[in-house]
Design a protein around this ligand. Structure first.
Ligand SMILES: *Cc1c(COP(=O)(O)O)cnc(C)c1O
Length: 381
């Protein structure tokens, strides 16, 4: 029984940056500017340089960021937004919330990202935007997505909640950070995300000055000047304390990315030769920041669930991201996609298993997880 293996180990991570974090938090408390304090602007500027993007607008969480992005694009009820069907609910939830229509598209079996070959078929005169999700830490096929967007005059909103820091290399050699390719990028600073704060947080990215101004206004009740409200907005802010924490953690993000890649590499070595499992495929055009290390248990749901349960008894947590594709969620019942509409995503929900991966992992932990996984698999046969 092992008690120190966790999906994400934020406690140990904190121990390694404790004095900087404590000092940053204390400074905010002593200064008293809990909302819109100086750290928020400093963080936006730091993240701007990190990503090499013109504007970063902090907000309250990643779901808000998606909603604010869609509010900024002059969309009308009934307009269609293309989303992958294998993703976290937040991506599609805001589409429904704004009275827009989510048009779902299957994903690729090996990268888990939207299958670009299946997008063009669902584009209609009502289609206004594509929302690629850079799932588990690597970018969707942005060459093709940007080409389609240009051809059909569509907006692109990149859901970068799981892939901050990832870099995409276009076929022409240009390298761009995830979230800074389309019209707007969104991200989340939920504690377990690759750049996580100690509560909720999120941000929007854009290279478009006019759009940036509009996004900032929407985050702040639609006002540019206090008490003058030009458009309907929301109240979505990043707390100063969270910004101060994020400033410390942004300084570690490249190290964190390296630690996650090291753990992924060890898993590859320990599991890659077995044909019962399939290890994550790396895209040729994107770096991977391994928000999740997700393997496939080829035998299917029953075996996967049994494995998960037995590992859990041994003190090894694993997660199923995601057990149900969007079109099979009750919330999207009215979209009328019958079972069988998205065979790849439906199949993925039966076989995916995400193993612990975080910034504080050492070889012994990865080895213990891999050994247990192999042992349990054999015992279950
Ligand atoms: C976490 C996540 C979100 C939502 O972020 P919150 O900050 O929790 O609102 C959106 N999309 C994806 C893909 C996510 O993983």
């Amino acid at each position: 029984m092992n008690n120190n293996i966790q999906m994400v180990d934020l406690k140990s991570q904190y121990q390694n940056i404790k004095s900087e974090i404590n000092e940053a938090i204390l400074k905010v408390i002593e200064n008293g500017q809990f909302i819109k304090g100086p750290d928020v602007k400093i963080f936006e500027d730091n993240l701007k340089s990190y990503l090499n993007v013109k504007h970063v607008i902090a907000c309250a969480n990643g779901t808000d960021a998606l909603q604010i992005a869609m509010m900024a694009l002059k969309l009308r009820p009934g307009d269609e937004i293309i989303v992958p069907v294998f993703t976290y609910i937040a991506t599609a939830e805001v589409i429904g919330l704004l009275g827009l229509k989510p048009v779902m598209v299957d994903v690729e079996l090996d990268t888990f990202c939207i299958d670009v070959a299946k997008i063009e078929n669902v584009i209609t005169t009502k289609t206004k935007a594509i929302v690629p999700v850079h799932l588990f830490g690597q970018c969707a096929n942005m060459d093709e997505i940007m080409e389609l967007a240009q051809k059909y005059n569509l907006f692109v909103i990149e859901d970068t909640a799981q892939a901050i820091g990832s870099k995409y290399t276009f076929q022409n050699g240009t390298v761009v950070s995830a979230g800074c390719i389309g019209d707007i990028g969104t991200t989340s600073f939920f504690p377990s995300k690759n750049l996580g704060c100690y509560g909720d947080g999120g941000a929007l990215f854009t290279n478009d000055d006019a759009l940036a101004q509009k996004l900032r206004m929407i985050c702040n009740h639609g006002q540019k000047v206090q008490y003058v409200h030009d458009i309907i907005g929301v109240n979505s802010r990043l707390d100063t304390i969270q910004a101060a924490i994020l400033n410390v953690k942004l300084g570690q993000l490249r190290n964190y990315e390296n630690s996650r890649n090291q753990a992924a590499h060890w898993y590859d070595e320990l599991l890659g030769k077995l044909d019962w499992f399939e290890i994550p495929r790396r895209s040729n055009s994107s770096t991977h920041v391994f928000h999740q290390y997700t393997i496939k248990i080829k035998e299917g749901r029953e075996k996967r669930d049994a494995l998960k349960a037995e590992l859990s008894k041994r003190g090894i947590p694993t997660m199923v991201y995601y057990p149900i594709p969007l079109h099979q969620q009750k919330a999207f019942e009215t979209e009328n996609y019958p079972l069988g509409s998205f065979p790849v995503s439906e199949a993925l929900c039966d076989v995916v298993l995400s193993l612990p991966i975080h910034t504080e992992m050492n070889y012994e932990m990865v080895q213990e997880i891999a050994q247990n996984l192999i042992q349990v698999y054999q015992e279950l046969n």
